[in-house]
Design a protein around this ligand. Structure first.
Ligand code: NAD
Length: 313
């Protein structure tokens, strides 16, 4: 029969694309429950789903930050039966920590970390009873490696990586799979929203040098990285589909082969020196030559830097 897939954060970006891709599966293997905080934002998804809407795709409201909303949503699923839970909802946060309030930081953790924990707590007991299920988490390469000026976002994804790596062992005993998807940069509203926020911000509390490093050094190189190696939501949706269709899905799934040399730095030197120094040099010494640096990175084929990825095609 059809597998019931519930996805969080489907009004835009990667979540929307995963929902549509699974709902349009040629063999109609999925019954997709696409969820979003505010159903008023459903139009883009409904339009993209076309004929699948009302057939293999249905909508439910869900705010991953609310216990009540999560419980209600899962109670509205027939027999509370979910075969595949895709935790996609997430928010970004960029900028010097001096100018970010603890309240704002907590909101990021509330969504990116506790949001996932809340979903898993609600769905896992039924999966355990059935001794089957697959939990997928949209993490990030920033869940594996720190990135300057993304301090809090990165921390929230690290938190989730630690949580899931621990959970995976227990879940295996119940025949429940757990898979992390680790995209590099992806062109979505995430990127646009963040750049808009950044332009508006005045950075109270941060000194002039820090603001300059952020605005004039970090931001342009970040834009370069997006241009040089950004993937599309469609790419990530295809990777995710591969992961849920695999007979033995891996725990971690990098999606971007161009980014793997950067991830490999951490594993090549456990003291952390290689990553920290390379990032330092990339930012402060090669910054103006970012395009060239990125091309060199792209050409790196040294086997110690190549890492296995799932490719979208
Ligand atoms: P996006 O902003 O288009 O999508 C995020 C979605 O989550 C939005 O639809 C938003 O409304 C929803 N959301 C936020 N808070 C929510 C809440 N409390 N309850 C329910 N939904 C909520 O951005 P995206 O790039 O599609 O992001 C999807 C996931 O991919 C995120 O977890 C993000 O961290 C991750 N990711 C993104 C990138 C990237 O470069 N865009 C890279 C790696 C990982």
């Amino acid at each position: 029969g059809q597998k019931v897939v519930l996805i969080t954060g489907c009004s835009s970006g990667i979540g929307l694309r995963i929902a549509v891709t699974l709902a349009k599966d040629e063999k109609k293997r999925y019954h997709v429950i696409a969820t979003m905080r505010d159903l008023k934002k459903k139009d883009k998804l409904v339009e993209a789903a076309g004929d699948a809407y009302g057939k293999t795709l249905m909508l439910l409201p869900l705010d991953v930050c609310s216990d009540e909303s999560v419980r209600q949503c899962i109670n509205n699923v027939k027999d509370r039966h979910i075969d595949i839970l895709i935790n996609n909802a997430g928010v970004g946060l960029l900028g010097p920590v001096e100018s970010i309030s603890i309240e704002e930081m907590k909101k990021v953790f509330e969504t990116n970390f506790f949001g996932v924990v809340r979903m898993i707590k609600e769905v896992m007991p039924d999966m355990k009873k059935r001794r089957s299920g697959h939990i997928v988490v949209m993490s990030s390469v920033m869940g594996l490696q720190g990135v300057v000026f993304n301090d809090v976002y990165t921390a929230s994804k690290f938190a989730m990586e630690g949580f899931c790596e621990s959970m995976a062992v227990q879940l295996m005993k119940f025949n429940i799979r757990l898979s992390m998807i680790e995209p590099g940069p992806v062109h979505t509203e995430f990127e646009t929203k963040m750049m808009e926020d950044v332009a508006k911000m005045e950075y109270p509390g941060a000194d002039a040098d820090t603001v300059r490093y952020f605005k004039d050094v970090y931001l342009p190189s970040s834009i370069d990285i997006f241009e040089a190696m950004g993937q599309t939501p469609e790419d990530i949706a295809q990777c995710t589909k591969k992961v849920i269709e695999s007979s033995s899905p891996r725990f971690r799934n990098l999606t971007n082969s161009l980014y793997t040399p950067i991830v490999a730095l951490k594993y090549a030197d456990e003291t952390g020196g290689l990553s920290v120094n390379t990032f330092y040099n990339l930012l402060f010494n090669f910054g103006p030559l970012m395009h060239i640096t990125m091309s060199i990175l792209k050409c790196l084929t040294c086997s110690c830097l190549r890492r296995r990825t799932i490719s979208p095609n």
